[in-house]
Design a protein around this ligand. Structure first.
Ligand SMILES: Cc1cc2nc3c(=O)[nH]c(=O)nc-3n(C[C@H](O)[C@H](O)[C@H](O)COP(=O)(O)OP(=O)(O)OC[C@H]3O[C@@H](n4cnc5c(N)ncnc54)[C@H](O)[C@@H]3O)c2cc1C
Length: 285
């Protein structure tokens, strides 16, 4: 009966513009105290109301097939986001939207969101007895250096990972953002260096240089030729490699990083999560 993920009916409690590029939406709902607080990069599905309001999603186990079978005009838009914060005792969650104007429905929704607006969430169920899934970060062995890198869409996940890491963790984080004003305040372990890279930036070169610092004598591996598929390559368990890396952002940039980190630096594929969070010019679905 207790599914790993469940629907939560929510309303907007507060909207805060954190910077020109980020809007934080705080949601509340009658059941949100049952939303699991798993931290790290826990992903959720955000289900937007139809343009005229309301939801046609069946909140049943067959919801996805039912949703696909609907007339597109009657289908709620579904997008993937990260739980930035979960406060079960207050029945609240925060989602940080990297806003990119009206070019996508989720961004447009966040930019116009007001207290009282409705949103449906598909999020991890605190009543589920087991691993609900949707967290890709794997905590490596103590003292293993961690490399985190991403663009603005990965900033919420990187911020949550940094907050959840044991205080003795060491490593480097690189965050590429639209402007210098988008460098948010983050809590990171003392042994972490956090570098914000406003565009235009040398993000890929900076991450490659960090990998070379962390792993100077590795043997480069072969990299398969690029294809057009969304990039999602995630080790299922923390590898016993000398470094662990978690990389997310625009798919072609992550692909470029994969080619260089594996093919030039020699970062073992088994020790890196490479995730295309979005694709330039393409809507999520
Ligand atoms: C696991 C996971 C977690 C994620 N977590 C977050 C998160 O916490 N916060 C967050 O902001 N995003 C997050 N994303 C990314 C987010 O799902 C995408 O950016 C999504 O496409 C936004 O939906 P949209 O409706 O605004 O745009 P879409 O309708 O999907 O796309 C419309 C157009 O906008 C472009 N576009 C999409 N995103 C951006 C962008 N950020 N900047 C510029 N152009 C863009 C597309 O290429 C397309 O041309 C996450 C993605 C994944 C897979």
């Amino acid at each position: 009966m207790n599914a790993p993920f469940r629907f939560f009916t929510t309303t907007v409690r507060e909207v805060r513009r954190l910077s020109p590029g980020f809007t934080r939406v705080t949601l509340t709902g009658p059941d949100l105290h049952r939303c699991a607080d798993n931290g790290y990069d826990q992903r959720v599905k955000v289900i937007l109301p139809l343009p005229g309001g309301g939801f046609t999603i069946n909140q049943t186990p067959s919801w996805y097939a039912d949703w696909r079978a609907l007339d597109p005009a009657q289908r709620n838009v579904i997008r993937t986001y990260t739980l930035r914060s979960v406060r079960p005792s207050a029945a609240e969650v925060d989602i940080d939207f990297a806003v990119h104007g009206d070019t996508g429905p989720a961004s447009a929704w966040a930019l116009s969101a007001c207290a009282g607006d409705e949103l449906l969430l598909l999020a991890p169920n605190a009543d589920f007895d087991g691993d609900p899934g949707g967290v890709e970060f794997r905590l490596p062995a103590p003292r293993t250096p961690i490399l985190l890198a991403g663009d603005e869409t990965a900033v919420p996940a990187i911020a949550s990972i940094l907050e959840r890491l044991p205080p003795s963790s060491i490593g480097e984080a690189f965050l590429e953002v639209p402007s210098a004003d988008d460098a948010l305040r983050l809590d990171a372990p003392a042994g972490f260096t956090v570098t914000w890279l406003p565009r235009p930036s040398s993000f890929v070169d900076a991450v490659v240089a960090a990998a070379l610092r962390l792993l100077p004598h590795a043997t480069p591996d072969t990299v398969e030729p690029d294809d057009d598929e969304p990039l999602w390559e995630v080790p299922s368990a923390a590898a016993t490699a000398p470094v662990y890396a978690w990389i997310a952002g625009e798919s072609s940039v992550v692909r470029d990083l994969r080619r260089r980190l594996v093919g030039e630096v020699g970062l073992p594929k088994s020790a890196v999560a490479f995730m295309g969070y979005w694709r330039q010019g393409l809507a999520e679905n």
